[in-house]
Write a protein that binds this ligand. Structure first.
Ligand code: NAD
Length: 529
């Protein structure tokens, strides 16, 4: 049975007879709600997150409507199972836990020169959104080769669960360009090519063949680049953003998520974006994506580019990103400040006096007690975003953020943390996750039939996301909406993105009279037909 149309025990008696499956199912015809109750009970009975992940994969392989019904109804509980943080464990062990195929694997050794032909093997009719990785930088876990396939699969599940993008439109792809992770490559069960990672012209030629093939086989398809290492990510985005409808969620989606968090924290502290001072810990895709969009947004608030730049300081693995450094690639050099290096992060806080510290460096525990205590000394409400995933890589835990700032931190993290009781107050922190952005962006692009993806669209997405945070949520210290509101948020983001596309004349479709209603109507609901 095709999992897109299978109903399992919800098949009526007439359908069973018509399909020749009479007797192959237990006698009682169940409702979708009853099936969902059983799935949820089964998932909860599993011993750990990875077991729950695999249980849900099994449901999805049989019946996508049921899988998405359970996900849509239980986002706070299950999105961390199908995506971060559990998807990190799943990718780390992908070749061990692999059971059934999903998505396309394109090998630079087997398929070079015939990528079009292989894309045509995709058994579903057409594709609207491709999420593609080369496994080069999976979450904060580094180069995992084809084990990274969990990421495009998980991202596309979020497109459907959060924004109602019909599951038939999603195509997950992993480009096997080898891996430089010897432990992964030499693992006896590794499922990819046992080759070192391609680079240079051979890598670029394979990517070019892939991109051209996507547009030939699925004309106008949206291509989302995901979890490439940062050198490739910035290069590919620069090369393709004006040639096709593509974006890099790690750079641009993270940018919009981070900017929305800053608008929201500014509502709590009463500080306009143009008055904030941001210390970014990390200078990779996530931090430079946020920095770039924040600088654009500050310019719209009246600052010059250099004034905006002076309010954003970056730290990478080698220290402050300053102009005197000779090791900076072009994509980082643009953000280098003219200031003296400092010995450590606590000294950077003292020297720069940030209102906000944002971590996306993939190094767990980077926000030490002295760093957060310094933030608390400088700010009545220090803003602390520990965005690295999975949980083990978070720059600090929620508990540490509140404990080391005397309970005054406005805290958000990439992976969810349980609520924290501190000095008689229960803090419920927000989850700063791209899941608030990219599903709505994708839906908005689809509704408008957009030809290109622009920074204006991500600025609009950030505004829309920030606008969804309620006064009640802000009062509780939450700068991102509750996960239960993901569909409502995605609809607002999609409407904002489509609005930009129509306004800028970049839409292939005609603008509907009521755009928000049209976006709502385009959202697929997991129900049996
Ligand atoms: P990246 O590899 O492009 O960049 C990592 C950066 O961190 C590099 O600039 C590196 O120099 C720097 N770094 C490494 N060690 C450091 C240290 N000790 N101190 C300071 N900087 C250091 O990776 P990325 O795509 O930017 O992602 C980084 C992390 O952010 C990952 O854990 C990822 O999961 C997370 N992330 C989270 C979200 C979210 O939605 N919450 C979105 C995007 C990325």
């Amino acid at each position: 049975m095709d999992p897109l149309t299978n109903k399992g025990t919800a098949c009526t008696l007439e359908e069973r007879r018509a399909r020749g499956i009479d007797g192959l199912l237990p006698p009682r015809v169940e409702s979708l709600a009853e099936q969902a109750d059983r799935v949820l009970a089964n998932v909860r009975a599993r011993s750990g997150p990875l077991e729950r992940y695999m249980c849900l994969c099994g449901v999805r392989d049989e019946n996508e409507t049921l899988f998405f019904r359970v996900l849509v109804d239980n986002p706070a509980e299950l999105l961390p199972v199908v995506y971060t943080p559990t998807v990190g464990d799943a990718c780390s062990r992908w070749s061990d836990i692999y059971e059934r195929p999903r998505g396309l694997y394109l090998s630079a050794w087997q398929h070079r020169g015939r990528v079009r032909e292989v894309l045509r093997n995709w058994p579903r009719t057409g594709a609207g959104i491709i999420v593609v990785t080369d496994g080069g930088r999976i979450l904060g876990l580094g180069d995992l080769g084809v084990n990274g396939m969990g990421i495009p699969i998980g991202k596309l599940a979020l497109y459907t669960a959060c924004a109602g993008v019909p599951p038939a439109l999603g195509l997950p792809i992993t480009l096997d360009v080898g891996t430089d992770n010897a432990a992964v490559r030499e693992h006896p069960l590794y499922l990819g090519e046992r080759q070192p990672r391609l680079s240079g012209t051979r890598y670029d030629a394979f990517l070019e063949e892939f991109v051209e093939a996507t547009q030939d086989v699925f004309p106008g398809v949206i291509v989302q680049f995901e979890d490439f290492n940062n050198a490739s990510a910035f290069r590919l985005l620069g090369r393709y953003r004006d040639r096709l409808c593509c974006f890099n969620d790690d750079v641009q989606g993270t940018g919009a998520m981070g900017l929305a968090g800053l608008y929201s924290s500014g509502r709590i502290t009463g500080t306009a974006l143009r008055e904030q001072r941001l210390l970014f810990v990390g200078a990779g895709e996530a931090c430079l994506g946020m920095g770039g969009l924040v600088i654009s947004a500050m310019q719209r608030e009246g600052l010059s580019e250099s004034e905006a730049l002076a309010r954003c300081l970056f730290v990478d693995s080698r220290g402050l990103v300053v102009a005197s450094r000779t090791d900076l690639p072009d994509h980082k050099r643009r953000f280098a400040q003219d200031r003296a290096p400092v010995p450590d992060l606590a000294a950077a806080v003292e020297a720069f006096q940030p209102t906000t510290i944002i971590g996306a460096c993939g190094q767990g525990g980077r926000f030490t007690e002295d760093v957060l205590a310094a933030m608390a000394r400088l700010n009545e409400r220090p803003v602390v975003f520990a965005l690295s995933n999975p949980t083990s890589k978070a720059e600090c835990t929620a508990e540490q953020a509140y404990a080391w700032t005397g309970g005054r931190a406005i805290f958000a993290s990439g992976s969810p943390f349980p609520s924290v009781a501190h000095a008689g107050h229960v803090h419920v922190s927000g989850q700063g996750n791209n899941a608030f952005v990219f599903p709505g962006v994708g839906l908005g692009l689809l509704v408008a039939g957009t030809r290109r993806v622009t920074d204006e669209m991500f600025l609009a997405a950030a505004h829309a996301l920030a606008g969804c945070v309620t006064v009640g949520e802000l009062g509780g210290g939450r700068v991102f909406p509750a996960p239960a509101r993901l569909r409502e948020v995605s609809r607002a983001v999609a409407t904002a993105v489509a609005d930009v596309a129509f306004g800028a004349g970049m839409a292939a479709r005609r603008r509907p009279p009521d755009l928000a209603a049209a976006v709502g109507a385009a959202m697929w609901e997991p129900m049996y037909s």
